[in-house]
Ligand binder design. Sequence first.
Ligand SMILES: *Cc1c(COP(=O)(O)O)cnc(C)c1O
Length: 235
Amino acid sequence: MEGAVSVQEALEMQKRRIRQALERSARAPGAARLLAVSKKQSVEAIREAYAAGQRDFGENYAQELVQKAEELRDLPELRLHMIGHLQSNKAKLVVQTAHSIQSVDSISLAKELNKHARDKRPGHLPKLEVLIEVNIGREPQKHGALPEDVPALVAAIRELPHLTLKGLMCIPPAADSAEESRPFFRAIAELRAELGGEAALPELSMGMSQDAEVAVEEGATWVRIGTAIFGARPA
Ligand SMILES: *Cc1c(COP(=O)(O)O)cnc(C)c1O
């Protein structure tokens, strides 16, 4: 094992990476934010990051998100974001605590979320924000809407009064180098431009531990980083 880097130090390093990539690409400071991906990590690890100032965390599993929300109820500014595939039958569960769902990829899921957001979302929470997950590499085994289906999904979600559509999210094909992800980040940014650009869809959630800089250079507003903050995930 390498000499211990604390969660706090790791967060600082990741924020610096983002800041430098913003500078390099002449984007405003703060134009991209860090989503700390805490899936399979302990609530203690989340508490450590929270104590260091981190407020937004990404989770992949509905059950785990809900359980962590319960165990971390004492952290008033904590925001949990669902970034993993969500089955419609878990929609009811997550709308009770999640700040956003970044993995909406079908009209039926969006309608389920809308219905439960109306009936089950506690009044103290802000309106549920959603992002559309786009299968930008057209990989058959991956979730996400195909690019050509995104315009209809955008229109359908805009009709749903209990959801706020914020933008697009993607996970490009697995790659050996960050540069290999660039064409995919560029493609989703172009798709957004065709759909009205930043004014219509302010958020682009893309980039992970391996390719965060490249994602920021291509316009990411949320960078989702797990391993580089919390270390390897337990199996
Ligand atoms: C796990 C995960 C991440 C973080 O990946 P790291 O390589 O650990 O940074 C980001 N986005 C999604 C959707 C994930 O499932």
